[in-house]
Ligand binder design. Sequence first.
Ligand code: DP6
Length: 359
Amino acid sequence: MNTADFIYQGTKKSIEKASFTCQTPSNIALVKYWGKSDPQIPKNASISFTLNHCHTKTTIAFTKVDKSTTITFDLYFEGKKKEDFKPKISKFFERIASYCPYLYEYEMVIHSENSFPHSSGIASSASGMSAIAMCIMNLEKELTPDAEIDYIHKKASFLARLGSGSASRSIEGPLVVWGKHPNIPESSDLYGVKFPFKTHPIFNEYQDTVLLVDKGEKQVSSTVGHNLMHDHPFATQRFKQANENLEKLSTILQNGNIKDFIQLVESEALTLHAMMLTSNPYFILMKPNTLEIINAIWKYREETDSNVCFTLDAGANVHVLYPKEEKQKVEKFLKEKMLKYCQKNHYICDNAGFGAQTF
Ligand code: DP6
């Protein structure tokens, strides 16, 4: 499908009032998206586990008004009016307006809340933007009842991507690919698709314990980081490597070679941060405790037969990944040895899940 396929074709149906509540999760990338061109087109394909417990729940109440030249909305976050979040959402609405022109005919009241603490350093843009996109697509589904569910999901992912690239991977689960890749049928730069092959059972309900090393605001936003890839000396090689890694990971996810999985996922995380270390200007998002945790995980793996590994987002927190059957042992290790590296001993237990829910 291409961009034109997502332009709303309109019906005669008119809806005066409607309200939809959708919940969408965050996701954790295994092969990372880092570098993009306009409009939100990734420089390489990426793949992530959709999470389960870390989610945003959003309700949008739509009320029909006279057609306006701007999209009007009020925004509440965890019950309180949030003027400072509005510019980002306004920009998102501007970007999606040509695909959803009916938005000019509605006033929206948006209520949003996260399941994870607001200042936990967990990326809320993926879950936040995808939840808004899903609410809008619920309205579109009412306006065009014949639309197929597959189209609704694709367009929700397409819209979410225009808000935040990684949000395109939060509509479905448990594994989503975003970015065109020759070996992933149907993959696209415009939206995420479910990983199309049968995965080995070792990856069922894969566990992700997020160790909250630093709960503060990031010093460098993802947007700035992505932009620094434009003149990055290693950019071309990195984009090529990411696409190769996705191909390797596709094989691993099917054959269940967990040792290869660990090696590839950890290398991806460190490469992401290596791009930050070698950009101009350079920056470091890891903290001393990020490295303490990484070293402790390596030591634990050396001393036991564990298949635990780590990955990182654009921040200091560590996502600890492991098969479900190791849950008891790994949780014991994390509780006994890793909590001292977490801010206020805080961590979040999550696992791979299935994406958006509408209530
Ligand atoms: C490091 O999706 O937050 O988490 O498109 O500018 O909103 P924008 O960026 P964002 O970037 C996420 C980068 C990452 C890797 C990943 O999730 O693939």
